[in-house]
Design a protein around this ligand. Structure first.
Ligand code: SF4
Length: 817
């Protein structure tokens, strides 16, 4: 398959040094089938590092990646020395294109870690993960020096260093390789005592040829039993740190993506660079057979796109379709995913292949069912927000196999700086911050489209191939169509199993990109209902069947199923130009736009279009005047207004759709000020939805329903959070209107003061309800602090008693007292 669009690599393991100062007998590099390390240079040369950085930079630019993760690895990477590590960090950072964040980590055994290294890591923003198998007895079982000495004291010293206040922010987590002979309680307690931000529990590498040890006295599924014991302790302790293995099962049981390559169905997006400049697949394959990770490619002769097309990597990217028959039929396959690819290998199947369940199959099944049945998975509760069916993970969000877990959040590391998240928490968001949200959403759309296409059995291959080619040749054209809000909406429907959303929209996206690129590419697009719709361009009336769309300089040609040729759009997408020179699309034709909570309006008549144009222009001016702190972000992120049908009895109707970033649906209200308010309100939902795609603000397993002060019905926590965030803007709108009237008499002024009195109290109460819910994550609590900081000053503004009384009246009526 052509891969330049769908399958960029976003995680890179760079081998800094190929030898190790420990001699752990469970190490997959030196103690398993692959012996390639013997012939490699000990340390990576600067020229290779520079070329690797250049390759990663060009790959990030070509795929517009919002972030990449690089793990400096080994052997033992600290043996490469501080100077080389600094040069590596500097080269990588310098090579990345603007807008692509670097999540740089080092994975070490900790033996050599000292203050000099920590100072370097602080300077270069390198997070540190450390291997530690538990208490001293557990760690000493395998992790020893060549002469048999324990490494435990050195590792504890390294962890203590990382727990110092000056370095704590560098501490990424611990990596614990399980041994079922170790006491799981002692292991858990020893690790928890070290206050790690994250712990990874890894199954020891094994294959059907070299099965894992299973002491008879420990039963049939000792690995599951061991993990379930640790899971129980971790859960009872209030989950004091992130554990990717556990969180991945919790997430996948509720339809979210896995956080680790060893579980779930997300495609692999990882490449390894060895010290001699060769590219390899994941290190875990070293366990299978000698040479298993080899690709025959190297950093000088091959790009990362070449590597992404390597069949071995493609094989780990094909989701359900790439699993053995037994796995495909398995009841827990969405959580298990057949386990780690390397663990499926067996050589006695007539040639050797990975087309088998994991050698840990029984353990994985017991472990997943154990969590599902424990009641702690959130299974059975509406954890996934409404309208977010089975969205896959963003490529590049997962941790590195063989490396320690990153903290569970953010999900797309580096896509938003902490200061940008704080800015959004205050309710605002500069143009730059909202653009960062847009880039992460584009990455998510690409991933979802790829997953939807993969799951389709790879139909419409010509369209997909063309889209992939254009992604290299005319990336702006592809970005423009993939940035169309309803591209993702289609992918979400497909991924939710809605096969009525056929593959036609994929062909239409490719055709629209081809027209925008003007290169003469042709693509066949199915036509239904007498209209050929080209996203971001408009539609043409042609007979049902299949139309062939050809892009050409300055236009298009459409050959309809009856042989007629058309060169003009009958109804181009209408765009409204707003003050300041930006435009917003009035989307009234895309058949996929009906994904808002309310039915969409029909195609606008000319007079309706005129009404909308005038109202939008006036509303935008009002937003600039009354909500300047919000207007900048709206301009940076709002691409589309989708007209909705009017509500019953003239009620104002508006709705953002979680799967359509950049669009808001609105039934045109009677006045421009109301339209301004609805635009601001809905765009808050758009921003928050994008934030929630990046980071967990709350426990999605929380089954509690919460009352928002302004609603009679309780809702899941996300409903309260979304409403509160939207009403920050509403509060500010009425606050600025109140200040503008400055004590003046009149109906409009009284209404502004009453609305302000009402919404500032509602919003402040809702913030406190969120903050005391017990369901917010650490990031969520910080987010609530930001919202509180915005609403609090409004509470100090004194209002006439009549306004407060009117607000009280409304509150009592709504509360039914
Ligand atoms: S539990 Fe076994 S059969 Fe089921 S998906 Fe995992 S490895 Fe495959």
């Amino acid at each position: 398959m052509t891969t330049s669009i769908p399958l960029p690599l976003t995680q890179f393991v760079v081998k800094m040094h190929s030898r190790c100062d420990l001699a752990c007998d469970h190490c997959y590099v030196y103690e398993h089938a692959d012996s390639s390390w013997r012939s490699r240079p000990k340390v990576i040369a600067d020229g290779i590092l520079a070329k690797a950085a250049e390759r990663i930079g060009e790959h990030a630019a070509a795929h517009r990646l919002p972030a990449v993760r690089v793990v400096l690895h080994g052997g033992e990477p600290l043996l490469a020395g501080p100077d080389r590590l600094r040069r590596a960090a500097e080269a990588l950072r310098a090579a990345l294109p603007p807008g692509c964040a670097l999540d740089l980590r080092i994975h070490t055994n900790g033996v050599l870690l000292n203050r000099d290294f920590c100072a370097l890591f602080a300077e270069q923003e390198i997070k540190v993960g450390i291997s530690l198998d538990g208490d001293k007895a557990a760690n000493d079982r395998h992790r020893r020096f060549a002469d048999g000495r324990s490494s435990h004291p050195q590792v504890l010293r390294a962890v203590a260093l990382l727990n110092e206040p000056g370095y704590r922010h560098l501490f990424a987590g611990l990596l614990c390789t399980m041994d079922v002979r170790n006491d799981p309680v002692a292991v858990y307690r020893a690790l928890a005592e070290l206050r790690p931000p994250a712990v990874d529990f890894l199954l020891p590498h094994a294959t059907w040829d070299e099965p894992p040890g299973r002491p008879a006295e420990l039963g049939a599924t000792p690995y599951a039993d061991w993990l379930l014991t640790v899971h129980g302790l971790w859960d009872a302790d209030g989950r004091p740190f992130a554990v990717r293995t556990f969180e991945s099962v919790h997430r996948t049981l509720r339809g979210f993506s896995s956080l680790t390559e060893s579980l779930g169905l997300e495609p692999s997006d990882l490449a390894v660079l060895e010290t001699d400049g060769t590219f390899e697949q994941a290190d875990s394959l070293k366990t299978a057979y000698d040479g298993a990770p080899a690709t025959g490619m190297n950093v000088f002769a091959h790009s990362l796109d070449d590597l992404a097309r390597h069949p071995g990597i493609a094989a780990r990217q094909s989701g359900l379709a790439g699993l053995s028959e037994a796995c495909r039929a398995c009841s827990v396959v969405r959580s298990c995913g057949g386990g780690l690819y390397a663990h499926r290998y067996r050589s006695d199947d007539g040639g050797g292949s990975f087309d088998h369940p994991s050698v840990y199959c029984g353990d994985l099944m017991t472990f997943i069912k154990g969590i599902a049945g424990s009641g702690s998975s959130g299974d059975g509760v509406p954890a996934q927000p409404a309208g977010v069916p089975g969205a896959p993970g963003v490529r590049g969000v997962r941790g590195v196999p063989g490396g320690p877990s990153p903290e569970a959040e953010p999900l797309l590391p580096g896509a938003l700086a902490p200061s940008q998240l704080d800015e959004l928490a205050r309710g605002y968001g500069s143009a730059e911050t909202v653009a960062a949200l847009g880039r992460s959403q584009l990455a998510l759309t690409r991933a979802m489209l790829a997953a939807a296409w993969d799951a389709s059995g790879q139909g419409r291959a010509e369209a997909w191939t063309l889209l992939a080619e254009l992604d290299t040749a005319a990336p702006a054209a592809v970005d423009a169509v993939l940035g169309h809000p309803y591209a993702r909406a289609w992918a979400a429907r497909r991924l939710a199993g809605d096969l009525q959303a056929g593959l036609g929209p994929l062909a239409a996206l490719a055709a629209a990109a081809a027209v925008r690129a003007g290169r003469g590419d042709a693509v066949a697009v199915p036509v239904r209902g007498g209209w050929l719709h080209l996203p971001t361009l408009g539609r043409i009336a042609v007979p049902d069947g299949e139309a062939v769309v050809t892009g050409r300089a300055g236009g298009l040609a459409v050959r309809a199923s009856d042989g007629t040729v058309r060169t003009d759009l009958d109804e181009p997408l209408r765009r409204v130009r707003l003050a300041g020179g930006w435009t917003v699309a009035l989307e009234d034709a895309d058949p996929l736009r009906d994904c808002h909570d309310h039915p969409v309006a029909d195609h606008l008549s000319e007079s309706e279009l005129l009404d909308w144009t005038g109202a939008l222009r006036e509303a935008w001016e009002l937003l600039g005047r009354d909500l300047p702190g919000y207007a900048e972000g709206i301009r940076a992120g709002l691409t589309t207004v989708t007209p909705l049908r009017p509500g019953p009895t003239g009620r104002d109707v508006s709705s953002a759709a979680r799967q359509a970033y950049g669009a808001v649906g609105i039934a045109r209200p009677a006045t421009a000020p109301t339209l301004a308010l609805l635009l601001a309100h809905e765009f808050q939902h758009v921003k928050l939805g994008a934030v929630l795609d990046l980071t967990d603000l709350y426990d999605r397993a929380d089954p509690t329903l919460y009352f928002a002060p302004w609603r009679p019905d309780p809702r899941p926590l996300e409903g309260l959070l979304q409403g509160t965030y939207a009403h920050l803007a509403v509060t500010e709108y009425w606050g600025t209107r109140t200040l503008a009237y400055d004590g003046l008499p009149g109906t409009a002024a009284d209404r502004a003061r009453e609305q302000f009195a009402l919404w500032r109290r509602y919003t402040a109460e809702a913030v406190e309800r969120l903050a005391t819910s017990g369901a917010l994550t650490g990031t969520g609590l910080r987010f609530a602090d930001g919202m509180r900081a915005t609403v609090a000053p409004w509470l100090d503004l004194s209002l006439p008693a009549a306004a407060e009384q009117a607000a009280d009246r409304v509150r009592r009526e709504r509360a039914g007292v």
